[in-house]
Ligand binder design. Structure first.
Ligand SMILES: *Cc1c(COP(=O)(O)O)cnc(C)c1O
Length: 365
């Protein structure tokens, strides 16, 4: 069983480096509720990302739900993409808002800005866009639209930790941006996430909302989740951050190896990662076209039979799940990509001979 190669494997620091953090937690007897390690991680992330305010959460989904809640959107529609992980749309419904799915661009996995504009109505209150695979959305054009129609913008940046454009973190764009620190993401705290915001007032609001909505001992105005990140999870984040440059350089090496190899295989394509000044190389999606000898599903099965577990990220489309069928709409680019995409293994300690083996299987067809 252990010989399977999965699409990802979490980066783990040396266990001996984790022990001193545990000793500190045992000594402090503070396990959660914004303890010292939690505060330290927020500070270090703000510095590392060079963003104004980071508010940690116990996962990306609770961060996303609370981010939408924090914007005080009363009823209405939120324009989003069907080409994402289902949590993106769940967060809209948890807030009693209505998702409106619009298509992605023809050559990118991200939402198409002119399609957004076509779907704006007087019920539209926000845009929830996803930097899919860590590839930046067209943030400037989305900003222009949001101003023109007075809409809030939330980015699901679950894949985009560590990505910069023009030397600025992609997480700075939008009213709020949400990252995930789940074990499968490029930066992990076992489970975890964060909301990036621009003002102290918003940060205070997020801190209240992730703590049951408690304002002070005697005051609660709103329902809030328990979205707090524990001290153990925060410790993992502090350690992970020290290794992040190494994580990135190992990912880069594999990304460029695959990119060169895939470009020489007929019928299989890579996705361009866009104009970034710093990439995070999260995910390596390939597109299996009709010119390839196998279908996407046949290639998936073939890899599996040789011990390589690729993933069909993102198939099915969110709008194709039964619970979302009443919001379904015509999104041909998203449907095409969902039918032909396959993410192949990419993680820091993946050995190059395994990468070569994966490429050899794909070449063989
Ligand atoms: C992982 C992911 C989430 C959810 O994050 P969790 O930390 O697992 O709750 C949300 N959106 C996208 C696009 C994701 O990939």
């Amino acid at each position: 069983m252990n010989d399977f190669i999965y699409v990802t494997q979490p980066y783990l620091p040396d266990l001996k480096d984790f022990i001193p953090y545990l000793e500190k937690i045992w000594e402090n007897k503070i396990l959660t509720n914004g303890g010292p390690l939690h505060l330290e991680l927020e500070k270090q992330l703000e510095n590392y990302l060079n963003v104004p305010y980071v508010t940690l959460f116990n996962n990306g989904t609770n961060a996303l739900i609370t981010a939408i809640q924090a914007l005080n959107l009363s009823e209405g529609q939120v324009i989003t993409t069907p080409y994402s992980f289902v949590a993106t749309a769940h967060a809209i419904l948890w807030n009693n808002l209505e998702p409106v799915f619009v298509d992605i661009e023809p050559y990118s996995p991200n939402i198409n800005v002119s399609e957004i504009e076509a779907k704006i109505t007087d019920k539209t209150v926000a845009i929830l866009a996803v930097h899919c695979y860590g590839i930046p959305c067209n943030v400037k054009e989305i900003e222009v639209l949001a101003e023109k129609y007075n809409l809030k913008v939330i980015y699901d940046s679950a894949h985009a930790f560590g990505v910069n454009i023009n030397n600025k973190s992609i997480l700075e764009f939008g009213d709020l941006s949400v990252v995930s620190f789940h074990a499968t993401k490029v930066f992990n705290t076992f489970e975890g996430g964060a909301v990036i915001c621009h003002t102290k007032a918003m940060k205070e609001r997020l801190v209240q909302l992730k703590n049951f909505g408690i304002v002070d001992e005697d005051t609660i105005y709103e329902i809030g989740l328990n979205g707090k990140l524990s001290e153990i999870h925060s410790a993992m984040g502090l350690l992970q951050l020290k290794s992040f440059p190494v994580i990135l350089s190992q990912r880069e090496k594999i990304d460029s190896f695959y990119r060169n190899a895939i470009n020489n295989i007929k019928g299989v394509q890579c996705i361009n990662r866009g104009f970034v000044s710093q990439d995070n190389y999260s995910y390596f999606p390939i597109i299996v076209t009709s010119e390839y000898s196998l279908s996407r599903d046949q290639l998936f099965e073939k890899l599996k039979s040789k011990g390589v577990i690729a993933r069909k990220y993102f198939y099915p489309l969110i709008s194709d799940f039964e619970i979302y069928s009443k919001y379904n709409s015509f999104t041909p680019n998203a449907s095409d990509l969902a039918k032909s995409v396959l993410c192949i293994p990419l993680y820091p300690n993946l050995e190059m001979n395994i990468c070569q083996k994966i490429i050899d299987i794909i070449i063989e067809g």
